[in-house]
Ligand binder design. Structure first.
Ligand SMILES: O=C(O)CCC(=O)C(=O)O
Ligand SMILES: [Fe+2]
Length: 268
């Protein structure tokens, strides 16, 4: 591990669940969902503005630092010569990203599901004390997310999509994680398409603004594919691409569950 990326051990394994928060894991703002069929609302939840602008900037910075530390010296040097100057209270988080050529994006996931991205698992987050305040800390943000996550333990993953990056339709690997998938969206507003595996229940499009958090579980997690579109049209309005980083939290697979879902072969 590079000296510059001294890490704080922040164990993510002991989040406490809370039944009051569990109850709130349903529902979504109708203006952010465009349904073409049923929306299994009990198994999908979206919260707009879950994180404030300042919290978004802090979490994004931590995630970018984590990914950046993994890159070659060439890219790190390249970024050093072009510092981003982002105002944390600004409405627009996009200025917190470098432009695409400053990152070493992978062109395609090994199974072809993700295009133009960087990703990694996170067990320890980098220090961001230089941008933390008394009120807003990375620990505080992670606690807020973990308190919202219905079960523990949790595995965390960060995924940075280039402006033209996209995620093709897939069901998350059913042998890699459990029932819940939580996604925090940071950066460009992208469209997520959620479509029934057997097409019997249609599909729904979800607009994912920066700072929003979604949770898919049970029927949506296993019976629907999800995709993050490069661009698209939402309720008649064009949604362009743009850089986006998501922080994904998933529960560990419970080996006690009798797996009758193997027919839903995961694509990812
Ligand atoms: O970025 C997102 O919101 C979704 C990511 C995703 O589908 C995945 O990592 O499997
Ligand atoms: Fe996924």
């Amino acid at each position: 591990m590079l000296a510059r990326t001294r890490t704080l051990a922040r164990t993510l394994l002991h989040a406490r669940s809370c039944c009051i928060q569990k109850k709130s894991l349903t529902g979504y703002p109708p203006h952010l969902v465009d349904a073409h069929g049923d929306v299994p609302a009990g198994d999908f939840c979206l919260i707009e503005n879950f994180l404030s602008k300042e919290e978004q900037f802090l979490l994004l910075t931590a995630a970018l630092r984590k990914l950046d530390a993994n890159e070659t010296v060439t890219y790190r040097k390249r970024r050093k010569t072009a510092q981003v100057t982002h105002d944390p209270s600004s409405e627009n988080l996009l200025s917190a990203f470098h432009s695409d050529e400053f990152y070493r994006f992978e062109n395609g996931h090994y199974d072809g599901v993700i295009r133009h991205y960087r990703e990694m698992h996170v067990t320890a987050w980098p220090l961001v004390t230089d941008i933390e305040s008394q009120d807003i800390t990375l620990d505080g943000i992670l606690r807020k997310l973990l308190n919202f996550f219905p079960v523990d333990p949790v595995q965390t993953h960060i995924l940075h999509l280039a402006s033209e990056g996209e995620i093709l339709p897939h069901v998350d690997n059913t042998s890699a994680s459990g029932t819940y998938i939580l996604g925090v969206s940071l950066g460009a507003t992208r469209m997520m398409r959620v479509e029934s595996v057997d097409s019997g229940h249609g599909s729904f499009d979800v607009l994912l603004p920066s700072g929003s958090v979604y949770v898919q579980k049970d029927l949506v997690r296993y019976g629907y594919r999800h995709a993050i579109l490069k661009n698209g049209t939402f309720k008649g309005i064009p949604v362009a691409g743009g850089p986006r980083l998501s922080v994904m939290m998933r529960d560990m697979l419970s080996t006690n569950i009798t797996d009758n879902r193997s027919s839903l072969r995961p694509d990812r």
